[in-house]
Ligand binder design. Structure first.
Ligand SMILES: Cc1ncc(COP(=O)(O)O)c(C=O)c1O
Length: 459
């Protein structure tokens, strides 16, 4: 046990050691149950006699700060702290029922498979894997991803164009900086769209232009018309628009790819949940239509869990050097052990198997949500909008029912966390209300109760 103590102050050696130990316990630097070094070791470290250390320990035992344990030396007593460091806790404000979007059912995280993959990958990794490496990420993962993305999402890519990140968010942050440095100042983003997309772009110094969204996705057909001549990049979620759930129509995809080619613009494609499509074949990534102009952003946050912090960008050749340079300045590289584990998972198809089983799990939840909502608005058609894909769906408000604000207030009073649509619009203009329901979020034991609460607050 290493222990940092600075005996000092007034009194003799023993008094100052007692003071230092007391202070460490009271301030919480030494936690309850923590084991202290043996009196012999501490005496050597502090240049004191063993008798002085034993006497100081005895004094603190007498005061109730320390407890002698047979066979385990002396440990800090589990007393209440008088002051100082608060006891760390697991986010105590987690709501009992949670239908906020953005999170998968984290109980599906494949712990055993991940542990096995980690053990296999780390025991066969070269020692260089534990040093500073290529800012683009481990070659094992970039190679595995190149195959996986081509196979499952139609992305045209070589491992040289892949940069492993800590998630879509970091990828977007990096590319926002890179295109800004390359001269882009105005970015069109979806309206409604993800608030953090906008916040992140503004933080990097961009002006934003709202790109309206309808049932065919973002209105990319508007890009060539006035007043958007100044737009240098467009950020879209084509496979599953966030939050409306629409899929970008092929003519809009073509319009966007042509705009990018003709105007030398950049398309930032956030493919955050492209793996999850339930009723039809997934639409491929837009990147395949204009690989020289599209920056593709993907992530393991929805498939494995956001805490894994692993994502990837597929970067057009012209931007690779600038992206790599920026990534290097941000954090040098994404953690290698996680990358190696994910590479192993993908190469052995354990990742595909996991995604397939999650898809079935979420499809059942999607069905249960639609069934539950059918009772809210009888005869008026479904409340959900957009295609049923991904992990969230936009739920409209029933005719003659409560307003969005009222729904959120009721939900709050029932312990149900919900996200309103209002914050997704660019401006404060009044629009139709709704809630963005993350049906994947709850753990299995609370899913049904969360649905019941949702139905109640919408009625
Ligand atoms: C549309 C969209 N993009 C990106 C992200 C962030 O992903 P990551 O965890 O990979 O940074 C989210 C998270 O909810 C999201 O909903």
């Amino acid at each position: 046990v290493d222990l940092h103590l600075e005996p000092g102050g007034t009194g003799g050696r023993r008094a100052s050691l007692e003071h230092a130990l007391r202070d460490a316990v009271r301030s919480g630097r030494l936690r309850p149950g923590e084991r202290l070094p043996s009196s012999r070791t501490l005496a050597v470290e502090l240049g004191l006699s063993r008798g002085t250390v034993c006497a100081a320990y005895d004094q603190l035992v007498a005061e109730g700060h320390l407890v002698p344990r047979r066979g385990a030396g002396t440990v800090v007593a589990t007393v209440q702290r008088a002051s100082g460091v608060p006891v760390p806790s697991e986010r105590p404000s987690e709501p009992a029922l949670d239908l906020r979007p953005g999170t998968p059912d984290v109980t599906t995280f494949p712990v055993t498979t991940w542990v096995r993959a980690t053990r296999r990958a780390l025991s066969s990794a070269p020692s260089a894997a534990f040093g500073y490496g290529d800012p683009r990420g481990r070659v094992e993962l970039r190679t595995a991803l190149a195959g996986y993305l081509a196979r499952t999402r139609g992305v045209l890519v070589s491992p040289e164009q892949i940069v492993v990140t800590t998630g879509c968010q970091q990828g977007l942050s990096i590319i926002a900086e890179v295109v800004h440095e390359a001269g882009t100042r105005t970015v069109a983003t979806e309206d409604p769209g993800l608030p953090f997309h906008r916040d992140l772009l503004v933080r990097q110094g961009h002006e934003l232009v709202p790109l309206p969204v309808d049932d065919h996705g973002a209105r990319t057909d508007l890009l060539t018309t006035h007043p958007w001549a100044e737009v240098g990049a467009v950020l879209v979620t084509p496979a599953h628009q966030y939050p409306t759930g629409s899929t970008m129509h092929p003519t809009r995809r073509h319009a966007l790819a042509s705009w990018a080619r003709d105007r030398a613009g950049w398309v930032l494609e956030d493919d955050y949940d492209g793996e999850f499509r339930y009723d039809r074949q997934p639409v491929g990534a837009l990147q395949g239509m204009a690989p020289d102009r599209v920056v593709y952003l993907g992530s393991a946050s929805k498939t494995l869990g956001p805490a894994v912090r692993l994502g990837w960008m597929v970067v057009p050749p012209a931007l690779v050097d600038a992206v790599v340079e920026t990534k290097k300045l941000v954090d040098h590289q994404t953690g290698a052990p996680g990358q190696l584990a994910l590479a192993d998972l993908i190469e052995r198809h354990d990742y595909d198997r996991h995604v397939r089983s999650c898809r079935l799990h979420y499809r059942r939840r999607r069905d249960a949500l639609e069934q539950a909502l059918a009772s809210v608005n009888p005869g008026e058609g479904p409340l959900t909008r957009g295609i049923s894909a991904g992990l969230q769906t936009l739920v409209g408000l029933p005719k003659g029912g409560p307003t969005e604000r009222e729904v959120l207030r009721r939900a709050d009073s029932r312990g149900l966390a919900l996200t309103g649509l209002a914050g997704h619009w660019h401006g404060p203009v009044r629009r139709p209300g709704g809630v963005v329901v993350g049906f994947a979020t709850p753990a299995p034991h609370s899913f049904r109760a969360a649905l019941d609460a949702l139905v109640d607050v919408l009625r």
